[in-house]
Design a protein around this ligand. Structure first.
Ligand SMILES: [Zn+2]
Length: 296
């Protein structure tokens, strides 16, 4: 175990490899040689200068019977089919599993990674929004796919219908790959502590798993950036309208913005104890007031 952590710190070896290959196509002979830029493109790729072949770093480290031996023992030398083989390997479940193992190796648990205060704040907001969203249903079904507290349930029975709805709504997602990624996430206890899309997204980014979970990350990007209900943005507009008619005269832009913000987020300001008192106090202590607010 400790040895593995040391290996992880060292990272994959990326030596200069000399792999040359001749290939014939339409009676023409091409010479292929290995290009170092592959190492930059695929962080998991490693090479052996003695064997002059390419290997998979996480798969070597966590080798099991399920692993494809061409990536762990014999090594890849076939440059002509390299990009296909890389793609195929990246999509394999074993490889993804090993990538997770590597990412969490030696880490304190993901739950502990998010510090307490941040966690409470983030979870609260997400949970309260999530509850609002889920009462809205249908096109929001996709969010349930990434709701941490549902993971154990999803692990027992994969939410196929939610996946179907999601892929229908966002056809750019690769369904087969997303399913593999999700089932891995569900089966891994580390992820269950992420309550909500944002937390999960952060965890994937912090652990450098964005290359492994490409489809999940795409879905997370969509979910994080879309306002979940159209009412969210509509509410903002109607607030602005009522503010404008109510206080139209002599309204500078920044004050309008500030008022709009206060009105839209009134739930937040209401929850701050003594919000009003502190605002009044701050206002009163400001200099250059025509009237004296403070009794000295
Ligand atoms: Zn691998």
């Amino acid at each position: 175990m400790e040895e593995k952590i040391r290996v992880k710190e060292l990272g994959p070896d990326k030596p200069d490899l000399i792999i040359n290959q001749q290939t014939k196509e339409k009676n023409k002979v091409y010479n292929l040689s290995f290009c170092r830029s592959w190492f930059e493109r695929k962080s998991w790729l490693t090479g052996c200068g003695i064997a002059n072949a390419l290997f998979c770093f996480p798969c070597i480290l966590f080798k099991s019977e399920k692993c494809d031996s061409t990536w762990t023992q014999s090594g890849q030398t076939d440059l002509k089919h390299l990009s296909e083989r890389i793609k195929k390997h990246e999509r394999s479940k074993v490889h993804m599993e090993n990538c997770i193992k590597l990412a969490v190796l030696g880490n304190i648990s993901i739950a502990a990674q998010l510090d307490e205060g941040h966690r409470v704040a983030v979870c609260d907001t997400i949970m309260c929004h999530a509850k609002e969203w889920f009462s809205f249903t249908k096109h929001l079904v996709s969010a349930t796919l990434l709701q941490g507290d549902l993971f154990p349930q999803h692990h027992k029975m994969f939410p196929d219908s939610a996946l179907d709805t999601t892929v229908e709504a966002y056809p750019s997602l690769d369904k087969a790959r997303l399913k593999t990624e999700l089932s891995l996430i569900y089966s891994n206890e580390e992820f269950q502590s992420c309550c909500g899309a944002l937390a999960l997204f952060q965890v994937l980014m912090e652990n450098n798993l964005q290359d492994t979970f490409t489809e999940t990350v795409s879905l997370l990007n969509i979910l994080i950036t879309t306002p979940m209900t159209t009412s969210e943005s509509e509410r903002c507009f109607s607030t602005l309208k009522s503010l404008k008619t109510f206080l139209r005269n002599t309204m500078a832009k920044d004050r309008l913005n500030a008022l709009a913000m206060l009105s839209i987020e009134k739930k937040l300001t209401r929850d701050i104890p003594d919000f009003n008192t502190s605002v009044i106090e701050k206002f009163a202590t400001q200099k250059d007031r025509r009237a004296k607010f403070l009794y000295k």
